[in-house]
Design a protein around this ligand. Structure first.
Ligand code: HDE
Length: 696
């Protein structure tokens, strides 16, 4: 942990942590002397039913699995803490936001949405970003995503949407993919999905790391102050490392090379002490301004552009402790949008209202009954006191004669709170009982266009390629056509380019004209760059490598927070040119360039020659180049690059250092060369590098 003092949640968990050194026992505590042989009638005879140990062991095993989450089944989580920058009592009665001296323990679970528990991390999908705050006033769950809008406006459509995106029911294909007919059939018929589909086809759907991912509460919520006054609020999480994504081709390859890529990255960063951090921001809208926008605040398919309502930074989230047990904690944690604390309330967003029903309902099935809040990871840190009793797996031993309110026989306990209790915002509601969608939810295209207009060129190209990839996987041409017709209301050029890529006729005339407005804040190009924290750098080595160059890169990059790994044809060590053994971290046959952010080929002519003659090493560099990663070659190392015919060519170092299109070539591993490489790595990717002709 960041500091060694356990927080309240940690102390609570300590009471249930188990690392027994006692001899083996049954669940009833009876010692066991043999767990390898079942009880038999004779050495070769039948097994006896009275072998209670064998039966218990196998029965427990048979019951180890619980239903996976119907969505967001695959996830990874960590503990940490949240601290506000300043008191927000003028806005909310929430105690955990009342001052910078209050630090609240949290558990955060990140997830993909569509795939099963065992699916790969780097699929094209939305990512869940669910935060449980263990506050002194009870648990508050902010169950968000890494995209600020959603596919549908009313929760009653959620089963339809999820059935469309999940594997198709007749053959359960494809796993964890949105690129199939049923999803695109649905979205083409449901234009409210258009804005979210733009985000899903963008690189936001393939985050480089959970650590480089934004989070959003999505809905408009309400802050409520001690006097009962409300303020609309949207929540934002901004990663301090910037918001960075993978390249789609790379993401697909990682699915095979390391299906746990994002999960492992989070775990290892925390183990290294590089604790991921996010800043919590709020967009605030006064109650009187509820109707001041050209969209409805209750419509979860809309953002409030940051240029219209700036994001005010209000606090810091740090994740600094990995769970002890994946099942007990990450799997059994139960989030619920209705877990709110005094000072935070809902709005009438029809998506949120449905969620407030769904999350409790789903836990009852998934966690086997009504006592799931007693599971250690779910328990609040303050005391629970009520008349709820019994049920499956009741862990409390309630004492006394009474379990009802009011009572005198139990001394009137538990009594009603006279302060600090939850008060619902007294919103005036008056309406007819009708099944309609508000007219104010009717514009499905303006913000999709706004998003498109706001992207950097490379983001836009990736988005268009995303549409072409996904629609190209749809068998039904009519499904493709409908999707294109929909895009024609976002931007005519986009619709034409997508149509041309998937073999359907481009629309002849413009659908809805592009309004030309943009919101630069939604572009990843406008987030943080420059940090090397946790970047993975591969250094390719063979016997005869220039040991000085290896040290120069390693010292500089590691001190800037990067992780540097030396890769060679085999594990063990290589002999540097000066005769010193240089330990190898991994054989490059066991990894792949897609697991690294950048690659260095140090000098040493024998080393470079050996690498140049090894197709695996050559492919490693070519593939890194293809995926827009920084490449450095020192001295003879450039000999590995020359035969690769990089489209940008290999810069001529001619005694000094040259850096072109993210390829740094230098005669020596001098400070200028290492610093230039570090700058490129901090810039994440070299998007203006042409890679279309690279065969990797
Ligand atoms: Fe969820 N969602 N959701 N969702 N959701 C679940 O709850 C649901 C929605 C989100 O790490 C389920 O415990 C409905 C929006 C996250 O454990 C379920 C609707 C957003 C997680 C459920 C939505 C989310 C879930 C499945 C439409 C972003 C994972 C298992 C009305 C703001 C939490 C579970 C974790 C999980 C229902 C829409 C985010 C079935 C009905 C919008 C991050 O209850």
């Amino acid at each position: 942990m960041a500091d060694d003092r356990p927080d309240e949640k940690d102390r609570q968990l300590d009471r249930v942590r188990t690392d027994s050194e006692e001899p083996l026992t049954t669940e009833t505590g009876v010692r066991v002397g043999d767990t390898d042989n079942s009880l038999r009638a004779g050495a070769r005879g039948p097994t006896l039913l009275e072998d209670f140990h064998a039966r218990e062991k196998i029965t427990h095993f048979d019951h180890e699995r619980i239903p996976e989450r119907v969505v967001h089944a695959r996830g990874a989580g960590a503990y940490g803490h949240f601290t506000p920058y300043e008191g927000l009592s003028d806005l909310t009665a929430a105690h955990f936001l009342s001052g910078p001296d209050i630090t609240t323990p949290v558990f955060v679970r990140f997830s993909t949405v569509a795939g099963s528990r065992g699916s790969a991390d780097t699929v094209r999908d939305v990512r869940g970003f669910a935060v449980k705050f263990y506050t002194a006033q009870g648990n508050y769950d902010l169950v968000g995503n890494n995209m600020p809008v959603f596919f549908i406006q009313d929760g009653i459509k959620f089963p339809d949407f999820v059935h469309a995106v999940k594997p198709e029911p007749h053959n359960e294909i494809p796993q964890a993919q949105s690129a199939h007919d049923t999803l695109w059939d649905f979205v083409g018929l449901q234009p409210e999905t258009t804005h979210m589909m733009m985000w899903l086809m963008s690189d936001r759907a393939i985050p480089r790391s959970y650590r480089t991912m934004q989070g959003f509460g999505v809905h408009t919520f309400r802050f409520v102050d001690a006097a009962g006054r409300g303020t609309f609020v949207k929540f934002h999480w901004k990663p301090l490392l910037g918001t960075h994504s993978l390249v789609w081709d790379e993401a697909q390859r990682i699915q095979g090379k390391d299906p746990d890529f994002n999960r492992r990255d989070l775990w290892e960063a925390i183990e290294r002490g590089q604790y991921p951090e996010w800043e919590l921001g709020v967009q605030l809208v006064a109650e009187k301004d509820e109707h001041a926008f050209d969209f409805d605040l209750l419509d979860a398919t809309k953002i409030i552009p940051e240029e219209q309502v700036p994001v005010r930074p209000v606090g810091r989230l740090v994740l600094d402790r990995n769970p002890d047990n994946f099942f007990a904690e990450t799997e059994q944690i139960a989030f619920h949008t209705a877990n709110v604390v005094p000072g935070i309330d809902f709005t009438n967003d029809p998506l949120l209202q449905a969620r407030n029903f769904s999350y409790l309902d789903t836990q009852l099935l998934r966690l086997g009954g009504s006592n799931f809040q007693q599971i250690p990871v779910n328990r609040p840190v303050n005391e629970v006191s009520n008349n709820q009793r019994d049920g499956f797996a009741q862990h409390r031993v309630h004492r006394g004669q009474t379990a009802y309110y009011p009572n005198t026989l139990g001394g009137g306990c538990p009594a009603l709170a006279d302060e600090g209790f939850y008060r619902h915002y007294a919103e005036k509601v008056d309406g007819e009982k009708i099944r309609v969608r508000s007219e104010s939810f009717a514009d499905h295209y303006s913000q999709a266009t706004l998003f498109y207009n706001s992207l950097a060129d490379w983001e836009r190209e990736h988005l268009e390629a995303g549409f072409r990839f996904e629609l190209g996987k749809c068998e039904e041409l009519e499904v493709r056509r409908r999707a294109v017709a929909n895009l024609n209301h976002v931007d005519h050029g986009l619709a034409v380019r997508v149509a041309e890529g998937i073999g359907v006729a481009p629309p002849e005339s413009e659908g809805t004209p592009n309004h030309g407005r943009s919101s630069p804040a939604v572009s990843m190009a406008n987030t943080e760059f420059g940090s090397l924290t946790g970047r993975q750098i591969a250094v390719l080595v063979a016997d005869g490598v220039d040991g000085g160059a290896v040290r120069a890169f390693r010292d500089h990059l590691v001190s800037a927070g990067a992780v540097v790994e030396l890769l060679a044809a085999t594990d063990g060590a290589v002999l540097a040119a000066d005769g010193e053994p240089v330990p190898v971290d991994r054989a490059y046959t066991t990894v792949s360039s897609v697991l690294y952010d950048a690659v260095v080929v140090p000098g040493g002519s024998a080393s470079a020659e050996a690498l140049a003659g090894d197709g695996t090493a050559a492919h490693f560099v070519l593939e890194a180049y293809k995926h827009h990663k920084a490449v450095a070659a020192v001295g003879g190392g450039a000999r590995l690059l020359a035969p690769l015919r990089l489209p940008g060519g290999v810069p001529e170092a001619a005694g000094g250092m040259r850096s072109e299109l993210g390829v740094v070539v230098s005669a020596e591993a001098g400070d200028d060369c290492v610093a230039e490489f570090a700058r490129l790595v901090g810039g994440h990717r070299i998007w203006d590098r042409p890679t279309g002709s690279v065969p990797a």
